[in-house]
Ligand binder design. Structure first.
Ligand code: APR
Length: 316
């Protein structure tokens, strides 16, 4: 078993704290590095008392950023501001774009081979931003940059299981496309086990999966967006990456990556993870007529989000 240092950037936040907690619980991690601009001494002291192997260290402020990521095999980024009611993920762009750009610059410098998993929204734009920053630094490897869309799969599994009275842990619904609104394309026709719904129910379920984040934003009434379920999903994705790094075969996660499976430069699909990050993109496979329409609706929005990220990263 390999030694794995994992860094969480934005570790004191609503996502960052429970994410760090779940990672501390994983026996795959030997060193857990917690970075934020505030409160990491407390979060790190607290988590460090948990009796698992991972050594925990807190880092605070820009001066300590590079030390926090140095030597990390995996860097997970939940840093940024969350949505308030009435906001779309794209409304976060102005703040979160520069946060992701600056964090990625530091990673490019001191951990150029690290696998980067981006949670900060809008993921459809922050993944292209990070990729452009890495390109400029001459260290870009598209197999190592992932947008975390696992929560869309987690939600789809939960809602489909609920509707059919199944065990949610035994349901797997692939979700492709992007990570906001209409760009989220649940492939209910490819659910395992196979399920079927009348058209109106299928549409309602699809919309619920696409708008599930907004459901949480509304319920939290101004105090934030999904944090606990996002942390669960982020930890599942991170641990899948580590299992694959350890040589475990057949680890598959849906994730937003550089892609040529359709006409957008980035696209989420089920991907086999391996020792170098993305091992094999499993592509889109056969869509139902309804899912083809969802894909048509997603593409223009996705293209716009991707372009916006690239333009931001490449402007002076
Ligand atoms: N570097 C590191 N951490 C930062 C930076 C930065 N430049 N800027 C902000 N942070 C930290 C904050 O200090 C805070 O601890 O990021 C954390 C964000 O936490 P919350 O405000 O609680 O937000 P959260 O709900 O965790 O969501 C963060 O994830 O899903 C996305 O849309 C969500 O983009 C948002 C992000």
């Amino acid at each position: 078993r390999c030694n794995h240092k994992v860094a969480v950037l934005g570790a004191s936040g609503g996502i960052g704290q429970p994410l760090s907690l779940l990672l501390k619980d994983s026996p795959l991690i030997t060193e857990l590095s917690l970075y934020d601009i505030v409160n990491t001494p407390g979060v790190a002291a607290d988590i460090s008392h948990i009796n698992t192997a991972a050594k925990v260290k807190g880092y605070t402020g820009p001066d300590e950023l590079k030390d926090s990521v140095k030597g990390a095999q995996l860097v997970i980024i939940p840093a940024g501001v969350p949505r308030k009611p009435g906001m779309t993920r794209d409304d976060l762009f102005d703040t979160n774009a520069s946060i992701v750009r600056d964090l990625t610059k530091a990673i490019a410098e001191v951990a150029p081979k690290a696998i980067i998993a981006i949670i900060s929204n809008p993921v459809n734009s922050t993944v292209p931003i990070a990729s452009e920053v890495l390109k400029k630094a001459g260290v870009y490897d598209p197999k190592r940059v992932f947008g975390v869309t696992t929560l869309d799969v987690v939600r789809a599994n939960t809602f489909i299981a609920e509707a059919k009275g199944l065990d949610p842990q035994k349901v797997n619904v692939p979700v492709i496309g992007g990570h906001s609104g209409v760009t989220i394309i649940p492939l209910i026709s490819q659910s395992k086990p196979a399920v079927s719904f009348p058209e109106d129910k299928l549409k309602a379920l699809t919309t619920r999966i696409q708008e599930a984040g907004t459901e949480v934003v509304k319920a939290k009434a101004g105090t934030g967006s999904a944090t606990l379920s996002m942390a669960y999903a982020g930890a599942r994705f991170g641990i899948s990456v580590l299992r694959a790094l350890n040589g475990e075969q057949g680890i598959i996660e849906c994730t937003f990556v550089k892609s040529d499976v359709c006409e957008t430069k980035y696209f989420a699909t089920p991907c086999v993870l391996g020792k170098n990050g993305l091992e094999k993109n499993l592509g889109i496979s056969k869509l139902s007529e309804y899912e083809k329409k969802l894909l048509d609706a997603a593409i223009p929005e996705l293209k716009k989000n991707i372009q916006k990220g690239e333009d931001f990263a490449n402007r002076k």
